[in-house]
Write a new protein. Structure first.
Length: 507
C-alpha cells in the first residue's frame, strides 16, 4: 500500500502548535508526502474535519494536538467507517497516547517518527446510553424506561458526540477533575492544572452508587456498591504515570475494568501512597476490584460525569429531546443512567513508531514491511530498483572507496562552502525509511542574507555521497545516529518547502 496523501488536522492551542509547523511540513515533504492542513477554529469542529478528511480518502490523517483532539479525529474517521490510518503529533497537556506508544514529545521528532512508522490495527471502546432509570415521582410506578436507545443514540450522536475511545473511559473522581480544569489554566501551567483541580476535588468528592453487569449473561451483576471511581481501560497507564490496568493490551479484544470502591481513611491513604511511590494501584487493597471482558453495562447516577480519553462527554449529547427535558426538570442525582461499553476488536489503523517495543500488543507482532511502513511515492527509482541494480550500485560504491577516491576533496570542498553548501544544525534524523537507503534529517540552517535560522529537512538516498571530515565514506545509517545540536554540511538543491535533496553530506 502506498501513502502519498496526508491530512494534518491541527488544534492551534492559541498558536502554540503553529510555531513549528513549517519544520513539520518540511519533514513530510522530504518523505514525498502531499500534505493538506485543516485548522480547528471552534469547539467540536475537529470531529467534523476528520469526518470530512475520511470521506476524501486520505491515506493518513494526522492529529496535531492532545488526547482529546486525537479522540475527536478517531471518532470522525469512524463516523464514515473510513479506512484512513490515524497518526499523532503530540501537542496537548498530557499526551497519554504519545507516552503509551513512545512518540517523541517534540513535534519535529514526532514527525520523523511518523515517517518511519508501522501501521497496527488496534481495539477501540464504544460507549452508548443503554437506558435511563427514573424515580417513582417522575415516571409514576414505572421505574425503568427502555427503548431503542442504543441504536438511536449511536446514529444520533455519530456526528455530534464521540462514542469511541482509544485508551480509557472514566466515571467518577477523574472525570470530575477533568471537568473542573479550565483550558486556559492547562495552557498556562500544563499538567499542574490537573493537580490543582484534583486537590480540590478529592476533599469534596462523594462516593456514588455503582452497578456493573457483564459476563456471559447480560443481566448478571458483577459488582454493586458505593464507589469513588470506575475506569474502563484499553491501555495501561493513567496520566502517563499510574498503571491502572497492568494486563491491558491494544489487540486482545477485551477491556480491563478497575473499580475503586469506597474505603476508610486508612485504605484511602494507602492507595494514595501506592500511586505516588509505586505509580500503580495496590491490588492487595480490598477496595480495588478488577474485571475483564468485551461487554459491560455500568449504571451510575446521571450526575456522575463521563470522560473518554480525557475529554468530558455530556450526557445530553446522547439523549433524545424528551429525555433532556426530564433531566432539566429534575435533579440528575435522582436519575440513573446505564451505559453500555463494547470492545471493538482491531477497529482502527494507527501509525506506531517503528522503534516502539510493542508492550501493548499481546503477540508483540510486527506487520510485514510492505503493508506496515509509511511508504513514499516520489522517488520512483528507489521504488522500482531491482536487486541487480542494487548490486551494481554497491560495486560502484566500493570502487569509489578505493585508491584515488575523491572523498577527501569533496569533504574539503564542503568545509569551504563551495557550490552553495549549507551548514545544518541537526534536530533529529531517521534512516532506512521504508526499508530503503533513504534518510531524512530535520534541522535548521541560516539564511545568509538575513542571518535568520530557517527549518530544513535534508533527504539523502543511495546516490548521496556521505563522508566524514577525514574523507571516509559513510552510510545512511549515520544519519539516524546524529545527536541533536550536531552540525552537518549539505550540498543540494533546496525546495520552497525547505527540503534539501542532498548530493553530498559532510558529517
Amino acid at each position: 500500500m502506498r501513502y502519498k496523501n496526508v491530512c494534518l488536522i491541527i488544534n492551534p492551542r492559541d498558536g502554540q502548535n503553529m510555531a513549528r509547523i513549517n519544520d513539520v511540513l518540511a519533514v513530510f515533504s522530504a518523505a514525498c508526502w502531499k500534505t493538506d492542513m485543516l485548522l480547528k477554529t471552534y469547539c467540536g469542529q475537529t470531529m467534523e474535519l476528520a469526518t470530512q478528511a475520511a470521506k476524501q480518502d486520505y491515506d493518513l490523517i494526522v492529529s496535531y494536538g492532545g488526547d482529546g483532539t486525537l479522540n475527536q479525529v478517531i471518532n470522525g474517521v469512524k463516523n464514515v467507517k473510513g479506512k484512513s490510518i490515524v497518526g499523532l503529533l503530540p501537542g496537548g497537556t498530557v499526551n497519554e497516547w504519545a507516552g503509551e506508544v513512545q512518540i517523541p514529545g517534540d513535534p519535529v521528532k514526532a514527525a520523523l517518527a511518523l515517517v518511519k512508522s508501522n501501521v497496527r490495527e488496534v481495539d477501540l471502546g464504544h460507549v452508548a446510553v443503554q437506558s435511563l432509570i427514573y424515580p417513582d415521582e417522575i415516571e409514576g410506578t414505572q421505574k425503568q424506561t427502555k427503548s431503542k436507545t442504543k441504536k438511536r443514540n449511536t446514529e444520533k450522536g455519530s456526528t455530534k458526540a464521540p462514542h469511541n475511545f482509544l485508551m480509557m473511559a472514566g466515571l467518577g473522581i477523574d472525570a470530575a477533575v477533568i471537568g473542573q480544569t479550565s483550558n486556559s489554566l492547562k495552557r498556562r501551567i500544563g499538567p499542574l492544572a490537573f493537580d490543582i483541580s484534583a486537590a480540590k476535588e478529592v476533599v469534596q468528592h462523594q462516593p456514588f452508587h455503582l452497578e456493573i453487569r457483564g459476563g456471559k449473561h447480560e443481566d448478571h451483576i458483577l459488582w454493586q456498591g458505593e464507589a469513588l471511581q470506575v475506569i474502563v481501560a484499553n491501555t495501561r497507564r493513567y496520566a502517563n504515570i499510574v498503571e491502572v490496568a497492568p494486563d491491558a493490551y491494544l489487540d486482545d479484544g477485551v477491556f480491563d475494568v478497575c473499580v475503586i470502591t469506597k474505603g476508610n481513611p486508612l485504605t484511602t491513604m494507602r492507595q494514595i501512597s501506592a500511586v505516588l511511590v509505586q505509580h500503580r494501584l495496590d491490588d492487595e487493597d480490598e477496595n480495588i476490584r478488577r474485571f475483564r471482558g468485551a461487554h459491560f453495562s455500568i449504571r451510575v447516577p446521571a450526575s456522575i460525569l463521563l470522560h473518554l480519553d480525557g475529554s468530558i462527554v455530556r450526557l445530553k449529547d446522547y439523549l433524545s429531546k424528551s429525555e433532556c427535558k426530564i433531566l432539566e426538570q429534575h435533579s440528575s442525582k435522582d436519575i440513573q443512567v446505564s451505559y453500555s461499553f463494547d470492545a471493538m476488536p482491531r477497529a482502527i489503523q494507527m501509525a506506531i513508531p517503528e522503534t516502539y517495543d510493542n508492550t501493548l500488543f499481546e503477540g508483540k507482532r510486527h506487520l510485514d514491511s510492505s503493508d506496515a511502513s509509511m511508504e513514499e511515492t516520489g522517488d520512483r527509482e528507489d521504488v522500482t530498483a531491482t536487486e541487480g541494480k542494487g548490486n551494481k550500485q554497491g560495486k560502484q560504491t566500493a570502487q569509489s572507496q578505493g585508491q584515488g577516491s575523491p572523498a577527501s576533496e569533496s569533504a574539503q570542498a564542503l568545509l569551504d562552502g563551495a557550490d552553495g553548501a549549507r551548514n545544518v544544525t541537526v534536530v533529529g534524523g531517521v534512516a532506512n525509511v521504508n526499508k530503503k537507503k533513504v534518510a531524512i534529517i530535520a534541522g535548521n540552517t541560516m539564511k545568509q542574507s538575513t542571518g535568520e535560522m530557517r527549518p530544513v529537512a535534508v533527504r539523502s538516498d543511495k546516490k548521496t555521497i556521505i563522508v566524514n571530515v577525514e574523507g571516509e565514506h559513510g552510510s545512511p545509517d549515520m544519519m539516524e545516529k546524529l545527536s541533536e545540536g550536531s552540525r552537518i554540511v549539505v550540498k543540494g538543491k533546496k525546495s520552497r518547502r525547505g527540503v534539501i535533496r542532498a548530493t553530498h553530506i559532510l558529517v
